[in-house]
Design a protein around this ligand. Structure first.
Ligand SMILES: [Zn+2]
Length: 202
């Protein structure tokens, strides 16, 4: 705990150095152009990955960067989507998965549904990605990474089931992107909709 409070003392020095920007954000409100949907994993920090700061990204993180289809799950995810699209008018939504994702790995585990019912139910939203990869005949050793990638694309597809998202995309006001963060390199791998391939960002 002491470490966190010491961290805040250090942060307040940064705050003081950039006081004008922080006060403008406080007084004028936020207007981020990007909505980032990522995993809760402590190693995958959106702002750190893209060198962004306060006011740059509207962020929602949950286990395995999941977006349950419209009308199927609790309100937390839908509320963030509606706020980002209808109120903040973001121009891009990035779904960013990552290598070594424990949420995807959990699909292989036998979860105790009595002891951890929420995890057991939640990861099922990624199950179709696992099934798709399995059916595609990808070699065993590549399945984990391929499932992580397929899950990002699956959740992006789910995102388009939200009427506000669909309308904004059709009107050309919003782009949906699928990204993957590589824990081993710090780099991003980006899905190209034209070639339908994942390519390393330069
Ligand atoms: Zn994860």
């Amino acid at each position: 705990m002491e470490e966190l409070l010491r961290g805040n003392r250090e942060f307040r020095e940064q705050f003081a150095a950039d006081r004008e920007k922080f006060l403008r954000l406080a007084e004028e409100g936020q207007s981020p152009k990007v909505f980032w949907i990522g995993c809760s994993d402590s190693r995958v920090i959106p702002e750190q990955i893209v060198s962004a700061g306060a006011g740059d990204l509207f962020v929602m993180r949950n286990i395995a960067n999941v977006v349950p289809p419209f009308g199927t799950s609790g309100d937390a995810v839908g509320a963030a989507i509606e706020y980002a699209v209808l109120h903040l008018h973001v121009e891009q939504i990035i779904i960013c998965g990552h290598t070594e994702c424990g949420g995807i790995q959990a699909l292989e585990a036998h979860l105790d549904t009595a002891r951890e019912p929420h995890i057991a139910r939640w990861v099922e939203w990624a199950r179709p990605a696992r099934a798709q990869v399995e059916a595609s005949g990808v070699p065993e050793e590549e399945r984990y990474l391929e499932t992580i990638k397929a899950n990002v694309l699956l959740q992006r597809k789910n995102l388009a089931t939200y009427p506000c998202v669909r309308e904004a995309v059709e009107a050309g006001r919003l782009t949906l992107r699928a990204w993957l963060y590589d824990l081993h390199t710090g780099g991003l791998v980006v899905y190209d909709d034209e070639t339908q391939e994942w390519t390393e960002a330069v």
